[in-house]
Design a protein around this ligand. Structure first.
Ligand code: PEP
Ligand code: MN
Length: 341
């Protein structure tokens, strides 16, 4: 017994009764009121509920069905919510029919370069500006990002262009400042299993873009989404950015099979980042096209005014003109699968 599906006309006092019952068993209820029906997700060790208890729940007035799922993730699962989750950021929907484009440099490097590239990606058709102010670098001697100064430049770029901001949080202590400036909080690959951080963003009232860990399985990734959602924040999107395999010819191996698989297992939107997936700018277009064909709800791509001067990830960054051309090439692919861009 993991999910209780209520009849459309279920009464409020019956819902309260069920919640009380669950609490008496040491469990928690996560109530999701949909347009058609209300669903109660049962959180906790559901093995404490016997078959008799399950039968008793089934006969409560207003209960349509009691589903037992062995999957360890619940709120993130398709069983919990049949319809796709649509995340609305100022009118731009992620997970709807339109494929969204998130683009920008790896890091905020300077005010001027950020504003320049923001205008370029906007003109090319992007709806979101990506750039890190806090950068998770492998070496402590590499550029670490501009911190709050970078966030202020992002806010300025947002004001000037109307692009919504996606930026990474690296530490739970930065939550207030990140929430103040960003529209979507990015959890980077290296923090996918930083559970305290996941719980922190789970309590925030901002959508979360959850990148796949460097060597994480789909199940671990779903469990990380579950961590965030268990705290009440249901606006989570996955972002496939390549995984580590034996292959070293590309930076990572972009697992595009994750897209249709996540769509089966979960109702959450799926974003693909071909830039970190391949690590080479001239391989990005093919993988971006493949990601659209595979059913991605959004693409995240690195774009830089002058890649050879970039302070990070220059080798995978597209020049604005090339990026603009790519967006035009993606459109017929989106159309062919019945989506807009
Ligand atoms: C990034 O988006 O710039 C980044 C650091 O990505 P990832 O966490 O996927 O490596
Ligand atoms: Mn990067």
């Amino acid at each position: 017994m993991d999910i209780i599906v209520l009849k459309p006309d279920a009464k409020e006092d019956r819902i309260t009764y069920i919640v009380k019952k669950l609490e008496n068993w040491g469990l928690k209820a996560n109530i999701s009121k949909g347009t058609e029906r209300t669903i109660i997700g049962v959180i906790g060790d559901t093995s404490v509920i016997s078959e008799e208890d399950e039968d008793a729940l089934k006969v409560i007035e207003g209960v349509e069905n009691v589903l037992r799922i062995i999957k360890p993730y619940k709120i993130a699962s398709r069983e919990f919510k049949k319809e796709n989750t649509e995340i609305n950021v100022g009118g731009e929907i992620i997970g709807g029919n339109k494929i969204q484009i998130m683009a920008g440099p790896c890091a905020v490097e300077s005010r001027e370069s950020l504003l320049d590239v923001a205008k370029k990606v906007k003109e090319a058709g992007a709806t979101f500006l990506r750039a890190g102010a806090f950068k998770p670098r492998t070496s402590p001697y590499s550029f670490q990002g501009l911190g709050e100064e970078g966030l202020r430049y992002l806010a300025e770029a947002r004001e000037q262009t109307g692009l919504y901001i996606v930026t990474e949080i690296m530490d739970a202590r930065d939550i207030d400042i990140i929430v103040k400036y960003t529209d979507i909080i990015q959890i980077g690959a290296r923090n996918m299993q930083n559970f305290r951080l996941l719980l922190e963003v789970g309590a925030a009232k901002k959508p979360v873009l959850l990148k796949r860990g460097l060597s994480s399985t789909i199940k671990e990734w779903l469990m990380s989404a579950e961590y965030i959602m268990s705290r009440g924040n249901h606006e989570v999107m996955f972002c496939e950015r390549g995984i580590r395999t034996f292959e070293t010819a590309t930076r990572n191996t972009l697992d595009l099979s994750a897209v249709p698989l996540l769509k089966q297992l979960s109702h959450l939107p799926v974003v693909v980042d071909p830039s970190h997936g391949v690590g080479k700018w001239d391989l990005v277009p093919a993988m971006a096209k493949a990601a659209v064909a595979a059913g991605a709800d959004a693409l995240m791509m690195e774009v830089h005014m002058n890649p050879e001067e970039a302070l990070s990830d220059g080798e995978q960054s597209l020049r604005p003109d090339f990026f603009k051309k790519l967006i035009q090439e993606l459109k017929p692919i989106a159309k062919a699968i019945g989506r807009e861009m």
